[in-house]
Every structure is written in C-alpha cells, then in structure tokens.
Ligand binder design. Structure first.
Ligand code: ASP
Length: 579
C-alpha cells in the first residue's frame, strides 16, 4: 500500500485522466448542495477534491464528518476544471480530483485557532505550536532557515573548515551574560555552566592544530528576552589559525553570500565596507548603524565654545541632526518627550522654514556665525544634544533611527552590510567602577596598544569586529590574544587577581604556553540572520519552539518545579517555595 502517488501540490493539466492517491490535511471543506469540496494540503500545496454522492455515495457520506485538519487519504481521477472554475492563483488550479475512495486517517478536535486566521495571540500559537507550524508563514520560515543553514555548512566545508563538536556542560565562558547552571548529582554543590559560546574550546582547537574549525553551535545566555534574543540561540561559530582579520572577514562574507544564493537572492556585494567604531559612533551614534539612510550626526562643539547659550558653551560635546522637515511645535514636544526617556535633559532645536527663516527659543542666544552654519538648509529642523560625548552619541543615534522611521527615510529596498572594526578593548564597568571587556577577555589588543593596558586601559583599542546588516548586529569576532603574558595583563586590567585568573582560566593560560599559533574567529547569530532573511521582525518567528518574553515555553510548560527528592539528590534545598 502506498500512501500517495503525488504530493497535493503537484497535479497539473497533464495528469488529467489519471487515477491518483493523495494524502494530507483537510484545509477547508465546503458543501455545495450535495457536492462536497475539500482542499487537501501537504507541504507542497493544495489540491481541490470533489466528492459527488452520485459517483461515490460512501465517500460522500463519510465526507460529512470531515472537519479542518483531519488527515485524509483519497483516491480518484484527475479531471480538468471547467474554464469558469479554473483558479489561476493555485498551481493546481486547472484540475481537481474526483474522489472515488475516501479514508479518514486521523481526526482533529475543534481547533484553538484557524490556520488562516490573522492576529492569533502569540502564547496561543506557541501553546499549539504543532498547528502554528502548519501555517504557510511558519512552513516558509523554517524551510528558509533550513536552506540557509545547510548552504552555509556546505560553503564552510568547501572552504576546508572542519565541523567539530564542543561540550554543552562546561565552565563559565564569559560573553557578558549570566550563566545557566547545571547541578551535578555525582558531586553535590558543584555546577556545570551551559556555554555562552564555545569560545575557549575553539581557541584550544587552534592550539591543537585544527586550522579551520566551524560549528553550528547552540549558545546559552541568561538575559532578558527580546525580539532578537532568546535564552538559547544558534551561531555559526568559526575559528582560524594563521589568519589575519581580512581572512576571517572574507570567510564570513562567503557564508553570507551562500545563504543569499541558496534562497535565490542576489547576494550582497563583497567585500563589505568597513567603518571604525569611532567613526560609526561619531557619524551615526551607534556601533551598528543602519546605512540605508544618510542623516549623519554633525558636530557643533567647536562652533559653540564661546556661545552665549550656556548649555552649549558648557557641554563637552554639542552635536546635531538636520531632519529634512519643518516640524510643528506639537511634533517637537513629542520628540522632546522621547529624548527625555532616553536620558536627555531636553531638546534644543532650530526650525528653518522654506524661506530660510529660523524659529527657535534659543535663536536669540546664538550669534550670526553660529546661526549661519546651523540653519543652512531651508525646510529643515536642527535637533541638538549637548553633554558628555558617549551620552550625546547614544541619544542622537536613537533619534536618528526614530527620524529614519518617522520621516520614511529608510530605503527598505536596499541591503547594507558593513564591518565595524577597531572597537575599544574595555568599557567602564558601572557596577565596580573598574573596566569590563567590550567583547570577551580573549580579544586581541590592537597593535601598539599593549602599553595602554596599564597606563590608560580606556583608550586601548582591540582587534574585534562586528558584522552589521541594516542596523542589526549579526555577530562579532576578533583576532585573539595568543600570548600568555598579554592574556595575563588583560585579566589584570579587568581586575582579576593572578589566583582568580588561574582558577577560572588556568587551562587556557597553560595552553597558551605550549605553542599557540596566532588565531582569530567569528560567530554569526544564525537566528537573527535568518529572521532578517525571512523579513520577520522577531526571531521567535524563525525558531520552531521558542520561549515567550517571560522566559517560559507555553508548549511544554517549562521551566517547571521538580520533586523534592530530585533536588535532594543534587544536594539542593529551596530557600523559598516557588510562588
Ligand atoms: N564568542 C564570541 C561570541 O559568541 C564570538 C567570537 O569572538 O568568535 O560572540
């Protein structure tokens, strides 16, 4: 017995006259005075079935019981539809199957939602994910994901990278998030950490002589969930020995191109342009700038040093954006509310009308020279931020994105990839007042900046780089530290004592002393990449079984409490009963 001769989406006019068996799900059933029409669905499409009580009385009787999402097996003759009933929108729309035999293979209870329903609550979709995954959208997204990921694998293997596996139960691997911990029954009171990335293992592969490693690695990070973040996610994880930065970037560009090609899309032009971190922050106020629109931040710090407007004269940074529109008072008030939410004290502005006339509460404090430079573009609104440089960059960066959306400046038909390079090695750690790493503690120090590790850590640049696509960070990487002494100095700059460094990373420090080649790598966030490829705003739409924003899984009910005996075995007692 064969379940089917063709898939539901395959019959065409050339099959007319053939007797076929098809199997699939009942997508829709309509009764037309005796005749029953059923759309039968499988992964390749829909086929219209017609059950005629005069030709197939038993099938017609049974067809009355069919409801949406029943699984059916049918046998019948492919017949041409009459010209007025041809459905040009369906690939199978020229034909239908005149059913002779019908079997209900599997039934369905009433559905919590219909597959073609719009706006179904997401928790409900996730609770019944097996149904949700039957929708065209999710079928498309997951298949697209599969195609992109396997094309990337193929390309990596063509480039002689070896797929090597690394443990999921390990020691903490610092990537800036909290760890998920796994208690260990055999050694109560001890814990494995789930890897935030396979960072140290891939470095050890380089030291072990595997020149080119890659893995589609699952990483675990205990962070608040967002549109582009889940507790666990997949990365294309890459490491290369004896490689320069350009070599690593070229490999990643190949992987990106392979994914585009697999989806029959024009791949982006390579090599991707580079921006230094400093330039990205200065011109776009972001380390992941969206370059699909211009609107660059401009500087007025020098211009306003002597200004009578004290807010400008006293600020260490005065910068502005020229929005190409004459904003009304009401609109400006709304923008001010926004920038205040982002931490600004207020919003200074100049409205320059079409005739070049300036309207602004601060105009009277500005000299002709200042106004001359600032109000050069009729039909615009100049929006300022003044204060400490990092804060000014951040606020104008957010404002730039907001204006890009509000004024429809983003050319959504464009794809803009870029590399951001030369990141600072450290950033201020607000909790301790010391320094924390910008990427991870194994990132190489920029050539000639080693001395700054002790004298001026905040100015040291790193050998890290990020890949950005249309304003989304797709991933990060770096040329690593391959000298034990430099690694020690970085740990020291991060405030780790020698004992602490040895305790946590002794194995790495040892390995770095036994013939460590220069090496570097990258990790590309696959779920983010696939979401962008699919045009989905949220990575949950490209992950089969994601968590909701509270961190739980409506499908399985995880996370869940466990019986006390199980905890006791692990040497764990809860201090507080769960709510
Ligand atoms: N381990 C880094 C990350 O997961 C990537 C890298 O440096 O290769 O972001």
């Amino acid at each position: 017995m064969s379940w089917r001769d063709l898939m539901c989406g395959e019959p065409r006019a050339e099959h007319v006259g053939q007797t076929l068996t098809l199997a699939g799900w009942a997508a829709r059933r309509r009764d037309h005075g005796g005749l029953v029409f059923i759309d039968l669905r499988d992964r390749l499409g829909l086929m219209q079935l017609v059950v005629n009580p005069e030709c197939a009385p038993a099938a017609a009787e049974l067809a009355k019981e069919i409801r949406n999402e029943f699984v059916l097996k049918v046998t019948g003759e492919v017949v041409a539809r009459s010209p007025d009933t041809v459905n040009a929108k369906m690939p199978t729309g020229e034909v239908e199957l005149q059913v002779n035999e019908l079997e209900i293979v599997s039934r369905s209870t009433p559905l919590p939602f219909q597959l073609d329903e719009e706006g179904v609550d997401e928790t409900l979709r996730l609770r019944y994910r097996w149904l949700d995954l039957r929708t065209d959208r999710m079928q498309r997204n997951l298949r697209l994901s599969g195609a992109a990921v396997s094309a990337i694998r193929r390309r990596m293997e063509e480039l002689c990278f070896v797929d090597l596996w690394t443990p999921s139960m390990t020691r903490a691997t610092p990537e800036g998030a909290r760890d998920f911990l796994v208690p260990v029954r055999l050694q109560p009171g001890t814990f494995f950490a789930l890897p935030q990335s396979p960072q140290l293992f891939k470095q050890l592969f380089m030291i072990a002589g595997f020149d080119r490693y890659y893995q589609i690695a699952t990483c675990f990070r205990d962070e608040d969930l967002r549109a582009d973040r889940q507790f666990e996610f997949r990365q294309l994880d890459v490491e290369m020995a004896f490689a320069e930065r350009e070599d690593v970037l070229a490999v990643l560009e190949q992987a990106v191109r392979a994914a585009f090609q697999a989806l029959d899309r024009e791949p982006p032009v390579t090599p991707f342009p580079w921006l230094t971190w400093n330039e990205a922050m200065t011109r776009f106020g972001s380390d992941k700038p969206d370059l699909r629109f211009e609107l660059e931040i401009q500087d007025a710090t020098e211009l306003t040093r002597e200004s009578e407007f004290g807010v400008f004269a006293n600020a260490s940074s005065v910068r502005y954006l020229v929005a190409p529109t004459v904003y009304s008072r009401g609109a400006l008030a709304r923008l001010e509310e926004l920038v205040k939410e982002w931490g600004a004290k207020g919003l200074a502005y100049l409205v320059v009308d079409e005739s070049g006339e300036v309207r602004s509460p601060i105009a009277k404090f500005l000299s002709e020279g200042e106004l001359g430079v600032l109000s050069g573009q009729p039909g615009s609104t100049v929006l300022f931020a003044a204060g400490e440089p990092r804060a000014v960059a951040r606020i104008l960066g957010l404002l730039r994105l907001h204006l890009g959306g509000e004024l429809d400046l983003v050319d959504t038909g464009r794809d803009e990839f870029l590399w951001v390079v030369d990141f600072p090695l450290f950033e201020p750690d607000e909790e301790t007042g010391g320094w924390t790493f910008s990427h991870h503690p194994f990132t190489g120090v920029a050539a000639g900046h080693e001395e700054l590790l002790e004298s001026d850590p905040g100015s040291a640049l790193s050998q890290a780089y990020d890949l950005v696509w249309n304003g989304w960070e797709l991933g990060s990487g770096s040329i690593r530290i391959h000298r034990q002494d430099v690694q020690q100095r970085v740990f020291r700059a991060l405030g780790l004592t020698e004992e602490e460094a040895k305790e946590k990373f002794g194995f790495l420090l040892d390995a770095l002393q036994m013939g460590a080649p220069p090496h570097g790598g990258f990790a590309l966030g696959l779920d983010r990449f696939v979401a962008l490829l699919a045009g989905e705003p949220n990575i949950r739409e490209v992950i089969a079984f994601p968590k909701v924003s509270s961190g739980s899984d409506p499908l399985t009910g995880a996370p869940a409490s466990v019986p006390e005996e199980q905890l006791a075995e692990l040497g764990i007692r809860l201090v507080e009963e769960p709510q």
